[in-house]
Design a protein around this ligand. Structure first.
Ligand code: NAD
Length: 340
């Protein structure tokens, strides 16, 4: 089975590409390579997948023909980056995704797995499930909601979108991201001994390990299309809704001797708890195998192994907004984020 994996050079894509290859799939990546150079640590047995190095806005039908499934990750990912330039976020994340989906449908690729996000729930006092109203607070989340709606409209007998609303991901990837809450607080603990939260610690956030997200994709690639056709699924575990201060506590226990500090005026207004029961019924056999304490321990082992310095932790390579701003400032990408 031949899979087109967009966003293969990203945080999740780097690990997912390897998991798909290990499972015996033929994998072709599609990525413009904004963060391709970043590589925090060596991954044993890493195999370089085939790659179409291209902007998703320039995708053509020939790029998609002959595949059995598309797994679509390539977007400007995360809220602060999306807010940086909302128009470009919409161009890449919405127009790019719709173009890819329409071409996939035209090319006869019926299984289209799309990576949405639990951030579509925004801020809510109730525990949200797939039938809850969405409340996207940022351009990133608004684009996800728009994409979900468009994909669902494209669904028919020959085209089956499968929409994953992933919880916030954590865990090891050679292309690590320190702009994700668990990875960030673990990196701060290791390099500064201060676990500095960007909130008063009370907001709720569902978390999921990177390998559990990969597991969901592997199951969705095998599941009967009829069962998953046009389904939206939250990806994570109902027991993995945490208040940020609890995450800080887990990290403090793993990195002894650290202090924890709050930011009462922090800008982060996202606050949502999510129910993850549906995925267990739609994707038979899926259940999260990892928890946050495991993920933090795994990160600590990597930081120790590579003797990670504060400079590496702070480097633009591992924080998306910094990297995109650098590419703009140095004129490597133009005002629409195309490579010059
Ligand atoms: N990381 C999380 O916590 C999380 C949570 C929920 C959903 N998601 C979704 O999962 C997907 C992958 O997330 P990630 O954390 O690996 O993101 P990432 O930013 O690390 O990777 C995204 C990849 O997409 C590529 N890309 C961006 N714009 C492109 C364009 N115009 N053309 C071609 N390629 C382009 C980048 O070069 C990068 O390699 C995203 O769609 C994201 O919204 C991530």
């Amino acid at each position: 089975m031949k899979i087109l994996l967009t966003g293969i050079d990203g945080y999740i894509g780097t690990v997912l590409g390897q998991e798909l290859l290990k499972a015996g799939y033929e994998v072709v990546g599609f990525d413009t390579g904004y963060y391709r150079g970043a590589w925090l640590y060596d991954m044993p047995d890493f195999k370089e997948p085939k790659l179409i190095k291209k902007d998703i806005r320039d995708v053509i039908i020939e790029d998609i023909e002959g595949f059995d499934a598309v797994v679509h990750l390539a977007e400007l990912s995360n809220d602060p980056l999306g807010e940086n330039d909302p128009k470009i976020t919409r161009d890449i994340n919405h127009k790019g995704t719709v173009k890819l989906a329409m071409l996939a449908k035209e090319a006869g690729v019926s299984r289209f797995i799309y990576f949405s996000s639990c951030s579509v729930y925004g801020a809510s006092d109730n525990i949200a499930d797939e039938s809850s109203p969405t409340n996207p607070l940022t351009e990133y989340a608004k684009s996800k909601v728009l994409n979900e709606k468009t994909l669902q409209k494209l669904a028919d007998n020959n085209f089956s979108p499968i929409i994953f609303r992933n919880a916030t991901v954590y865990g090891a990837s050679p292309r690590l991201r320190f702009d994700l809450v668990v990875n960030n607080l673990a990196g701060l603990a290791f390099t500064t001994k201060e676990i500095k939260m960007n909130s008063d610690g009370t907001p709720w956030r569902p978390l999921v390990h990177i390998l559990d997200v990969c597991q969901a994709v592997l199951i969705a690639l095998k599941a009967p299309l009829k069962k998953i056709h046009n389904q939206i699924m939250n990806v994570g575990d109902t027991n993995s809704n945490y208040q940020i201060r609890d995450v800080a506590e887990i990290i403090k226990n793993t990195f002894p001797g650290c202090t924890v500090s709050l930011n009462k005026n922090g800008a982060d207004k996202r606050n949502y708890k999510v129910n993850f029961n549906k995925i267990k019924t739609v994707l038979p056999g899926f259940s999260c195998k990892y928890n946050t304490a495991y993920g933090v321990k795994e990160l600590k082992e990597i930081f120790e192994k590579i003797k990670m310095t504060k400079e590496v932790f702070m480097d633009k390579a591992y924080t998306r907004l910094k990297k995109i701003e650098y590419l703009r400032k140095t004129n490597q990408i133009d005002e629409k984020f195309f490579w010059r």
